[in-house]
Design a binder for this molecule. Structure first.
Ligand code: NAD
Ligand code: ZN
Length: 391
């Protein structure tokens, strides 16, 4: 089959690789009908996530048709149309039972590597390095999925791929980022980053009752899209964001601030990483503003900072004094996708949210290397690119 593989820092390509096979009786093979490129894939492209190997298949946002199931799979049948949550949940460990599925204790076969490098083990994630399990991703014609009964989520035929694909990751991620703001009536939520995650955070914040949402980015087309959802927008290259945020909130600052940027932030400063991490993680050194730093500084006293943006290694120059002395609450984490699926599917079916609005580019899988370039550099007003493995 054809697949998009990692070939080194800033290099991805299409290669012909063996078709995936059932390895465990709880597995299922999916014929991928749609797959997308995520901001998190850019961290792999940029080389910020350790333990990538030439030939690793990327992609954790994918859906399709089940074409084969293992002997112990009970709830999923050949022919089912499913979306695949990016974190892998075994369904029965302590974390999965609490609904904290991105912290699953059983889905990362490389937990020893993770514990050696990071001191803890995250859940398995498709297409996201060996430290999160070494699972092949879904930017391919077929994908092997594991713990099929507790992971694959059936979607109704009357919804298109475009409407349900983002249930795999960024729609629940935006929703969890907003939920983590503990929004109460009258609240103002500021969202740093108006990429796909930021767009869904804005829409979710309104769904959860925010009165005012303020989006901050530098790309006009992303700010336009945020305005279409009802947000007030600020271009951080053209205006004083801190002053404007104060002006819009009676001098106090937003009640909650979301970092929907993460470590490829324009101006991010990640430095001082420990030696173990340094060997495999590239280090960025810059003094320019950092989205997380800005989120902490901008939030009102007693407010909430919600970090959806992905970080790795150690970050420096985080204003811990402000975090503590302003009595801020911080929430973060990879998204517990599974716990939001029923709720978000209902919102899609009711028309409360149309996830397809963020798609700006559709390309055959063959053109995925070009799609990565467009999405990384935000060329051609690219906001979200969906790939068709069979075009
Ligand atoms: P993206 O690259 O399309 O969007 C990031 C946006 O941030 C861009 O529009 C960029 O212009 C803007 N930006 C950069 N620096 C900024 C700054 N200093 N201030 C304000 N805006 C700034 O990516 P995306 O797909 O929207 O993903 C965003 C982040 O969310 C990434 O870090 C990604 O890894 C993370 N993510 C997290 C989860 C999770 O489970 N927590 C899931 C998916 C994605
Ligand atoms: Zn993602």
């Amino acid at each position: 089959m054809k697949a998009l593989v990692w070939q080194g820092v800033n290099r991805v390509g299409i290669e012909t690789v063996p078709d995936p096979e059932i390895l465990q009786p709880t597995d299922a093979i999916i014929k991928v009908t749609s797959t997308a490129i995520c901001g998190s894939d850019l961290h792999l492209l940029d080389g910020y996530v350790p333990s990538m190997v030439h030939g690793d298949i990327l992609g954790h946002e994918f859906m399709g048709e089940v074409v084969e199931v293992g002997s112990e799979v009970k709830n999923i049948k050949v022919g089912d149309r499913v979306v695949v949550p990016f974190p892998i949940s075994c369904g029965h460990c302590w974390y999965c039972q609490q609904g904290l599925t991105s912290l699953c204790d059983n889905s990362n076969p490389n937990f020893k590597l993770a514990e050696t490098m990071w001191g803890y083990s995250p859940a398995g994630i498709y297409g996201y390095s060996h430290i999160t399990g070494g699972y092949a991703g879904g930017q391919a014609q077929y994908a092997r999925t594991v713990f099929a009964d507790s992971n694959l989520f059936k979607v109704p035929d009357h919804l298109t791929d475009d409407q349900v694909l983002f249930l795999t990751d960024i729609l629940p991620t935006g929703y969890m980022a907003a939920e983590n703001c503990n929004i109460t009536p009258g609240d103002t939520v500021a969202v740093f980053g108006a990429g796909p995650v930021g767009q869904f955070t804005i829409r979710s914040a309104f769904l959860l009752g925010a009165e005012q949402v303020i989006a901050i980015d530098r790309f006009p087309e992303r700010l336009d899209m945020a305005r279409q959802a009802g947000a007030i927008t600020l271009n951080y290259e053209k205006e004083d964001v801190f002053e404007k945020l104060k002006m819009l909130t009676g001098g106090r600052g937003p009640d909650s601030v979301v970092d929907a940027v993460g470590m490829e932030a324009h101006g991010t400063g990640l430095m001082g990483v420990a030696d173990a991490v340094k060997q495999t993680t590239r280090v960025l050194e810059t003094e320019r503003p950092h989205a997380l730093r800005a989120a902490i500084m901008a939030c009102r006293k007693g407010g909430t900072v919600s970090v959806a943006g992905v970080y790795g290694g150690l970050g420096d120059k985080i204003p811990l004094g402000s975090l503590m002395n302003k009595a801020l609450t911080m929430h973060t984490g990879q998204t517990h996708v599974h716990r939001y699926l029923d709720r978000l599917l209902k919102h899609i079916e009711n028309g409360d949210i149309d996830p397809s609005v963020i798609i700006t580019h559709r390309m055959p899988l063959d053109e995925a290397p070009q799609a990565y370039k467009l999405f990384k550099h935000k060329h051609e007003n690219c906001i979200k690119c969906v790939l068709d493995p069979w075009a």
